[in-house]
Design a protein around this ligand. Structure first.
Ligand code: ADP
Length: 271
């Protein structure tokens, strides 16, 4: 069974922007893939097309060997139950505790409304949620409101919540773009250790070349809506990758525009 199959995908927005141009690739079970590209290269559009949030103009997306366009709302919900999504902005419910946010991850598995579920969740679900909180190293803040935690901790909650779904595949859209470099590395290490532990398939959208090279086994690079690289990381010529990805410009922009030093610590807001 292939996890994701994208064929001749094309997306033109109503304003005429051609965000994706004839993109095709196939991702098999157990692969670890980074979708890499600068801001505006089409990564988010691709992410939205393969998660059913956006309708392609042309081409097809099959996930778990099922076509995603067209698909009924009910079927889409069923497909998404097997996809653990991680977003740049975490997607937490701020006024709930860490534990409750994590427990919320099991909602796809039950028909209860959240209030009912949260109050009457079985001891089995509660135990699972606590295990997930422990796995991401947040037991000491389990009762604290989510909005009282740091960015890195918030992304850990989101990862624990995703674990409750017991997904087959993780789709992460810029999971560390809102984090400082240290927290970003911790989150990537955590995510990848979970992927290896549970033998999951992971597809992560990133804009940082260095991080992509460190974590992904396969890199699919986009530039101006075109797929310009699709190869095993070890098989890619570094000079070629750097020249295609325009590393020098990336670093320059990063240093000149977006790195702010606060109290001696560098914070990146680079996109
Ligand atoms: P990335 O995630 O790599 O930054 P996007 O997929 O967000 O790239 O954008 C790809 C191109 O499509 C860009 O030129 C962007 O301006 C354009 N775009 C994205 N979303 C929309 C939209 N809703 N309407 C019109 N143009 C869009």
């Amino acid at each position: 069974m292939s996890i994701l199959q994208v064929e001749h995908l094309n997306k033109v927005y109503p304003n005429g922007t051609e965000a994706l141009k004839d993109i095709s690739f196939r991702i098999e079970k157990g692969e670890s893939v980074i979708i890499l590209g600068h801001n505006g290269s089409g990564k988010s559009t691709l992410f939205r097309c393969v998660t059913g949030f956006e309708k392609p103009t042309k081409g097809s997306v099959n996930i778990f060997d099922r076509p995603l366009h067209p698909i009924s709302k009910k079927e889409l919900r069923n497909v998404r139950k097997n996809i653990g999504m991680v977003f740049q902005n975490f997607g937490l419910i701020h006024n709930l505790s860490v534990f409750q946010n994590v427990l919320f991850g099991a909602m796809g598995k039950t028909t209860f409304a959240f209030q009912t579920f949260s109050s009457f969740a079985s001891s089995e679900w509660r135990e699972k949620a606590m295990d997930a909180v422990e796995r991401v190293g947040l037991v000491h803040v389990a009762k604290r409101r989510a909005d009282q935690l740091s960015g890195g901790q918030k992304q850990r909650i989101a990862i624990a919540r995703m674990l409750m779904q017991e997904p087959e595949v993780i789709l992460a859209d810029e999971p560390i773009a809102s984090l400082d470099p240290k927290a970003g590395k911790e989150v990537m290490d955590l995510l990848w250790s979970i992927v290896e532990e549970k033998n999951l398939t992971v597809i992560a959208v990133l804009h940082q070349l260095e991080i992509a090279k460190e974590y992904g086994k396969r890199i699919i690079a986009l530039k101006e809506g075109n797929k310009i690289i699709d190869a095993d990381k070890d098989g890619i010529d570094e000079t070629f990758l750097n020249s295609i990805y325009d590393l020098e410009t990336t670093q320059k922009k990063y240093e000149e525009v977006n790195v702010r030093k606060i109290g001696g610590i560098e914070y990146s807001t680079f996109q």
